[in-house]
Structures are given as C-alpha cells and as structure tokens.
Design a protein around this ligand. Structure first.
Ligand code: CIR
Length: 272
C-alpha cells in the first residue's frame, strides 16, 4: 500500500460523547463541544488528503462511534466488518457496513466479509506495515479473530501480544513501510520487537521511540504525516523524521478525544 487512498469514512462525535469509554477517568471531564471542534478540524484535514470522505451519521446510542477505525479493517479490496470487544460498542458496525455496501455499489470489486460469531476485533488492533498484517491480541481482539484474518490473508497475518495500551496501535504506528513509531516504554518495545522479527527478513525496520505514548499513533496519508499537537518533545522528533522522509507534517490538537483513549488513526477508515 502506498498511503494513497480514494475514500475515507469518518463519523462525527455524538452529543453523548461524554459517556465514551476510558481506561482511566480523565483529570478534567470531556468537553464535548471542544471535541466536536477538534474532530471537525481532523475531518477537514482528511478531506484535503483523500478525494472522497464519506461521513457516517453519528449514533447517540453509541458514545464511542466517532472512533470508526475500530468497526472495520480494510486491506486492498477486502473489507472485514469488525465486532468490538467492548459490549457498548457492538452495533456501531451496522451503519458502517451499510456505508461499505453503498461503496460496493460504486465499486463492485470491494469484497465485504464478516467475522464468525465467536470472534471479537477492534480495528485499532490491526496494523499494516510493508503489506504484512499485525493483529494485536488484546482485551478487544481475540484468537478467533486472528484465525479468521489468517484465513482471509494467509501467510501475511501475524499475532502481537498487546502488553501496553488499549489497542496495538495505541502505542505503535507506521510512518512508512520501514519506520515504526512506538512509545518509549519496555512493553511497547517488546511489542515492536515482535513486529521487527517478522519484517526484518524483508529489510531493516527502524524503530523511533517517542517520549509521549499518545504521540506514537500517527496518521500517514499520501506524503503527509498527521501528528498529535501538545506533546512538544515528541513533536520535535516527529517533525525531524518527517523532514528526513520528505513528508509534510501537520499537528492536530485532539486533547478531548485523548481523554476517551482516542488517537489519530481511530477517527477514520482509509480505503485505497
Ligand atoms: C474505546 O474504549 O473503545 C474508545 N473510548 C477509544 C477507542 C480508540 N480506538 C482506537 O484507538 N482505534
């Protein structure tokens, strides 16, 4: 994959966002109006990078619905509709599947799959790097989901034990096919090592470790690297990396989404 996408799905923040799930209660409560404004700027930026951005209507019954990445995994022409490991998030995938069905009418080469009944999967647990698929085994993603992905994508699907963060991509993301960003703690390093072990025979993977855990999740679209604003030490490192890789760098303030364990990749589904 070359980071060029034809479509993106996004989902606005519902008024119920204050009730979104979080691993640890935030120090200050979520400001939903501010979250909506931050998400609006995120969407505007994605619209400058992806020709067709489709907005799936928000669902007040699902406070976490803006974290649309978790509802599906897309690899080339294959779309796998996910089933969240969080009970309150199950059902978010229905409107997303509908959006994919409409997309399939426009481009019949898309194939849509569903998971077996015993599988749970959050899209935030799936990282693609160098055309290999890494599946985080976490509270939200189980072995049945991994096995299904291994059947759909044989020979390129690998498990990673999630030891830190909510999802695999909460602490790791790919700036390009050789550069893996990760949080600078031993658990994240252990997770990155599992990825490196798979990819190393294909070329040397560079690990870039960042002092702020949340900054390790970046969004790469075309020649742009979208990073978290508000983490100056990580931002300096990421801007230097972007410069070295000849990428444009945009920093977005997502403070209110971070309070609900949201990151940058989780607010869109990118579709080649
Ligand atoms: C949750 O706990 O499911 C949401 N509050 C956060 C989901 C973030 N998703 C992601 O990073 N892929």
């Amino acid at each position: 994959m070359d980071f060029n996408y034809r479509f993106a799905l996004v989902r606005p923040i519902p008024h119920s966002f204050e009730a979104a799930l979080h691993k640890h209660p935030p120090l200050n409560p979520i400001n939903t109006a501010k979250a909506m404004a931050q998400h609006g700027l995120y969407t505007k930026l994605v619209e400058t990078l992806v020709p067709q951005v489709i907005s799936v209507a928000e669902s007040e019954a699902h406070p976490d619905c803006c974290f649309i990445e978790d509802t599906a995994f897309v690899f080339h022409k294959t779309i796998l509709i996910a089933r969240s490991g969080a009970k309150t998030r199950q059902g978010e995938n229905q409107a997303v599947e509908q959006a994919f069905r409409l997309l399939q009418v426009r481009d019949p080469s898309f194939q849509i799959h569903r998971l077996p009944e015993d599988a749970i999967l959050d899209g935030g647990d799936v990282l693609v790097m160098a055309d290999q698929i890494f599946v985080g085994l976490s509270e939200r993603t189980n072995r049945a989901a991994l096995q299904h992905l291994q059947k759909l994508f044989p020979g390129r699907t690998h498990p990673v034990a999630v030891q830190a963060g909510l999802h695999l991509k909460s602490v790791l993301s790919a700036a390009d096919h050789q550069t893996l960003l990760l949080a600078a703690d031993p658990d994240s390093h252990e997770m990155a090592a599992q990825i490196q072990q798979v990819l190393d025979p294909l070329g040397t993977v560079r690990l870039v470790s960042l002092p702020d855990r949340v900054a390790a999740n970046v969004l790469r679209i075309r020649d742009t690297l979208v990073i978290q604003a508000g983490f100056p030490r990580s931002e300096t490192l990421l801007r230097a990396l972007a410069n070295e890789l000849s990428l444009e760098c945009h920093a977005l303030d997502m403070s209110e989404l971070i309070k609900a364990d949201g990151a940058l990749t989780c607010c869109s589904i990118l579709i080649p």
